[in-house]
Design a protein around this ligand. Sequence first.
Ligand code: GDP
Ligand code: CA
Length: 311
Amino acid sequence: MITVLAGGVGAARLLRGVLAVHPAAAVTAVVNTADDVELHGLHVSPDLDTVTYTLAGAINPETGWGLVDETWQAMATLGRYGGITWFNLGDRDLGTHLYRTQRLSEGAPLSEVTAEIVRGWDLALTVLPVTDDRLRTMVTIDEQGDGDVTEIGFQEYFVQRRHDVEVRSVRFDGADAALAGPGVLDALAGADRVVIAPSNPIVSIGPLLAVPGVRDAVVARRADTVAVSPIIAGAALKGPADRLLRELGHESSVVGVARLYRDLAATLVIDDADAHLAPAVEAEGLRCVVAPTIMSGPDEAAALGRTVLTA
Ligand code: GDP
Ligand code: CA
């Protein structure tokens, strides 16, 4: 059994690679739900959907989120009324949010609904929301850079402001009272290998670890845990991971990632581009594996999947 701690895009790509070299029935993804957002009365779970759509081969290759062959008629109608249009939801994608919202309103927990959606895409792996409880990343920003701060929801930061604003702090609303979702702690305790995917350490892996019991469960498996750095040559491939690390006082490098993960993972996989930093990573107390980590296609993903399973 392999358990992967997952955010969105980077994790989905790595999971695709892991599934190319390992039976799906023996793979569990524990996925971030702190990016979830309620819009138009609908419950949207971006990271769960990115993982599901990617593994189903149905992700929109142009955006990296949403469904392939998407149309946007519902958004155009919303725009006609002056509705909320800064968060794009495609017509095909809306079916997922309609289904999820209806099932939640009937009282089904998110974990059960997620299993139904994953089955609907004929996937055999187990996808677990980290919690069934409400968990939301809240971001304190300094919009004008004048010391006047405001707290906004994650998607208002990430999508509405295109993460182009200074971040002062991040917190995970609801984390203290949240319970790890059904199967999450067992999936960590029972795994032969735990993998921390190349996801944003602050806003994708951070919320998973903030759910009581999860961090301790990973720490207990440190010897069998392998992390993949989302930072390559000092930068994120996409998104604000590099900027967020710096703004919150960390180093935007594989060494900064090593410092964040040293208590969680015995091994860190870094990209060939960072090979010269391997001794600095090992000085932080992790074993360092140098490998190609840019998953530009299925072959690269499968190779990285093999690396994390054998490292
Ligand atoms: P999001 O929730 O969709 O923003 O995705 P993640 O939580 O997975 O965070 C995106 C992070 O994944 C960024 O820091 C990227 O640098 C990293 N990432 C995406 N694709 C790859 C990849 O192919 N290789 C590596 N090493 N990192 C990746
Ligand atoms: Ca995300």
